[in-house]
Write a protein that binds this ligand. Sequence first.
Ligand SMILES: Nc1nc2c(ncn2[C@@H]2O[C@H](COP(=O)(O)OP(=O)(O)OP(=O)(O)O)[C@@H](O)[C@H]2O)c(=O)[nH]1
Ligand SMILES: [Mg+2]
Length: 240
Amino acid sequence: MMAKVALAVPCFNERGRLDVARFAQGAEQSDLQILFVDDGSTDGTADFIAEKIKDHPRLDLLRCEQNRGKSAAVREGVLHLAKERPEAEWIGFWDADLSTPIDEVRHMLEFHDLEGGRADAIWASRVMRAGSHIERRFKRHLFGRLFATAAGELLGVRAYDTQCGAKLFRREIVPAVFGEEFVSRWIFDVELYQRLGHDRILECPVLSWTDQPGSKISVFREFPQVFRDLFRIRARRLKR
Ligand SMILES: Nc1nc2c(ncn2[C@@H]2O[C@H](COP(=O)(O)OP(=O)(O)OP(=O)(O)O)[C@@H](O)[C@H]2O)c(=O)[nH]1
Ligand SMILES: [Mg+2]
């Protein structure tokens, strides 16, 4: 039997893109609980979700009035689930665009078992390899590799891909790992890597990942901020 899993899905102005039916189907098939976290959307996302989830006991909504960015929404959602879903063995977060299909949850748990079942966190990773289907725009792939290289050099992150929006954590460790607020709005995954430590994380190469249109993160617009955040995270660590 599959371990019980609950996922927080950060949503900001997702009204035009969020496929609630696909989430509902995935939740049913993979035996999951899903919590959409609306991060102060201005396009009516929260009401849209509230209407759509009415008949789905596996889907919930948490409304945050103010927009505070992905990291804060994920943190709120995951902490909420750790408290309210004591039956869940694994708590995670998942991007709203379903670039990573929900059935990767099952694959990630199976992979974790295969690898000895010791890790406290399982992170989906977009490794291009024979047998998998990774469809990612060239520009984003390039930016991703550049980012991973910079994170490796500046912060000693030894992961292939910290930024995939599909991650699971053992419920017991959630309060400690997510307790403190994050420095960065976007690259908080790097902070999670630092908080957990290399050996407690297992990267799982996804079977399938597909770039979805309607991304809210423009590589060029965010570029300076992302690199500034790497230095901010480093400065914070050096201060300790
Ligand atoms: N809470 C919150 N979530 C956001 C915000 N902007 C984007 N998100 C969420 O973050 C997730 C990823 O956003 P995307 O727009 O898909 O980002 P992306 O550029 O496609 O990034 P990749 O999928 O990694 O290529 C989605 O669940 C979004 O709803 C924001 O300001 N606040
Ligand atoms: Mg995306």
